[in-house]
Ligand binder design. Structure first.
Ligand SMILES: Cc1cc2nc3c(=O)[nH]c(=O)nc-3n(C[C@H](O)[C@H](O)[C@H](O)COP(=O)(O)O)c2cc1C
Length: 333
């Protein structure tokens, strides 16, 4: 459903072109410092504005509607609301009749009997990740001093700022979109986060990462490369009593538990479905073959905006695992 977590519970709500998007947080420790200003940096990073991202401009000024008083969490559920203001819902009606290839129009239309809000992708829109990022801001505070940093490794198969920029420009010039790979690293984690079997650290991080619209693959440490390595190469030599390893093919995880080394994972982000080129679809309900052209404001490279979103999804999972492991202190500075 729309809720993640056991002791730190995150519920997302809203739609792309509805009144707004929001997140309800249960398990925020009383006393945690929280002000509107705390959210500005991460929300700005997600908003885009770079070449290759949507021209939609939302202020993303969070309203702390519950659970915060005088700059501190009260221990009650925290509700963070973000208004939708810059909304242009023209043209979406057509997608009920002619579903966009690679998008959710067909699947959600069938599942919800056509009652789903299709405007701007509705609840399936990347807009929901604004609320996720807001939750991540709180989660990052909870897991401090552990620190999360994600960055775009490649886009359209190109690496480096110049190559990535060129790939985006080329895709945009042809009315197309490109994918990318985002790497996330977490430093300063204790040994032993994660729970047996189904609640391994990888399970949780993958679950939350795949919830982000457009994520199509995830790998930890050496990831798929591990399948081609020998044990003698893959195994990370342990060099001290704290469990520090000389290499990090395991990505900071052994047996589903953090091992105290840097946690490293990468996510593959698909190219956006909304492209300007003509695409093949059908006309419903008859199923007659048809062509569709998508206009409007869209991301040519979703991956540009994903790093801070992936940081948030990781922070949420780690905050919950820390709470389960009894590692969230009661008193906050
Ligand atoms: C920040 C962000 C922005 C996005 N922008 C677009 C977009 O402009 N056009 C589009 O077709 N999909 C966009 N998406 C992806 C869709 O929401 C997603 O592909 C769609 O819901 C289908 O889900 P799937 O790709 O996981 O199958 C965006 C996703 C994120 C995280």
């Amino acid at each position: 459903m729309n809720t993640w977590g056991r002791l730190f519970r995150v519920s997302l709500l809203g739609e792309s072109h509805g009144d707004g998007v929001a997140v309800l947080l249960d398990g925020v420790p009383a006393g945690l410092r929280l002000t509107v200003g705390d959210f500005a940096g991460d929300l700005r990073k997600r908003r885009g504005g770079l070449t290759g991202t949507t021209t939609r401009r939302e202020a993303d000024r969070p309203l702390l509607k519950s659970g915060v008083r005088a700059g501190r969490a009260t221990g009650a559920p925290v509700l963070i609301w973000l208004d939708n203001k810059d909304v242009d819902s023209g043209g979406y009606g057509e997608f009920r009749r002619k579903p966009r290839p690679g998008h959710v129009d067909f699947t959600a239309g069938v599942k919800f009997g056509g009652f789903n809000d299709i405007r701007g992708g509705g609840h399936f829109s990347g807009r929901l990740t604004a609320a996720l990022v807001a939750a991540g801001v709180v989660a990052k505070k909870m897991i401090a001093p552990a620190k999360i940093e994600a960055r775009l490794l490649e886009a359209g198969g190109e690496t480096g700022a110049v190559g990535i920029s060129r790939a985006i420009q080329e895709a945009m010039a042809e009315g197309n979109s490109i994918g990318g790979i985002v790497e996330c690293r977490v430093g300063g984690l204790p040994v032993g986060l994660g729970e047996p079997f189904f609640d391994s650290v990888e399970s949780g991080l993958a679950h939350a990462a795949f919830a982000v619209p457009g994520v199509k693959g995830i790998e930890f440490g050496a990831g798929f490369r591990a399948a081609r390595m020998r044990g003698s190469e893959y195994n990370d030599p342990i060099v001290d009593a704290k469990g520090t390893t000389a290499t990090n093919h395991a990505g900071g995880i052994n047996g589903g538990l953090t091992n105290g080394n840097e946690l490293v994972f990468r996510a593959a982000i698909r190219p956006a479905a909304s492209i300007g080129l003509p695409q093949r679809t059908v006309e419903l309900p008859a199923g007659k073959r048809a062509e569709i052209r998508i206009r409007g404001r869209h991301d040519a490279c979703i991956a540009l905006r994903v790093p801070v979103i992936l940081e948030a999804s990781a922070a949420i999972v780690l905050a919950d695992l820390m709470a389960i492991d009894g590692r969230i202190p009661k008193i906050w500075r």
